[in-house]
Design a binder for this molecule. Structure first.
Ligand code: HEC
Ligand code: HEC
Ligand code: HEC
Length: 113
């Protein structure tokens, strides 16, 4: 009796572990990024994941961790506006020029006060 409980527990534990490993943490659906004097920047994270298959299109520059951009800007690894210019605006401009669906291009469309 005792040993069959043990087996059941092991099997259940294994299933939980497999499920956890198979479900990647895709982070918050929507977030608000710090945008300095221009005001915060609403960012639809999962909407981007749906159109950009490679997480590293963005996460090569900063880890998958809340507050990562601010941390790296504070220690000088990322310059101010580096993510904005080299990722957000760059990609939106390229998509816009190519006639593909894209995101905002002007300051006030991204930054809200
Ligand atoms: C278009 C850019 C972009 C793409 C593509 C992207 N992310 Fe993110 N992700 C961000 C930004 C911006 C943050 C916020 C970083 C910060 O707070 O400094 C973030 C934060 C995160 C976080 C931590 C925040 C939280 O809510 O836990 C996780 C986890 C994460 N991303 C996972 C992923 C995964 C997995 C993928 C691919 C399926 C992905 N991201 C694709 C931009 C992106
Ligand atoms: C596509 C969205 C987007 C557009 C368009 C945009 N920004 Fe940003 N901006 C961001 C994001 C995201 C950040 C935070 C990440 C970073 O600093 O790279 C930011 C950060 C900033 C910061 C704060 C930098 C700091 O660390 O102090 C300033 C100032 C700024 N933007 C000004 C502007 C101005 C001026 C324009 C128009 C010419 C503009 N932004 C257009 C998304 C955008
Ligand atoms: C590699 C390309 C790429 C990068 C990098 C990227 N975007 Fe976008 N963004 C898109 C595309 C494509 C859309 C249009 C998505 C759609 O219509 O479903 C979009 C749409 C948006 C929208 C409009 C969402 C809506 O429909 O209301 C916002 C806001 C936005 N992006 C902000 C940002 C910010 C802030 C960053 C940087 C942290 C960023 N994007 C980085 C490609 C990108």
């Amino acid at each position: 009796m005792k040993s069959s409980w043990l087996v059941l527990c092991l099997v259940f534990g294994f299933m939980v572990a497999v499920t956890a490993a198979a479900t990647p943490n895709t982070g918050a659906k929507d977030m608000s990024l710090a945008g300095g004097s221009q005001g915060k920047v609403p960012f639809p994270h999962h909407q981007h994941q749906a159109v950009i298959s490679d997480c590293n299109a963005c996460h090569a520059a900063f880890p998958q961790k809340a507050g990562a951009i601010d941390e790296l800007k504070a220690n000088g690894t990322l310059k101010k506006k580096q993510v904005m210019n080299q990722q957000c605006v760059k990609c939106h401009k390229e998509n816009n020029a190519a006639g593909k669906k894209t995101g905002p291009l002007t300051c006030a469309q991204c930054h809200v006060k």
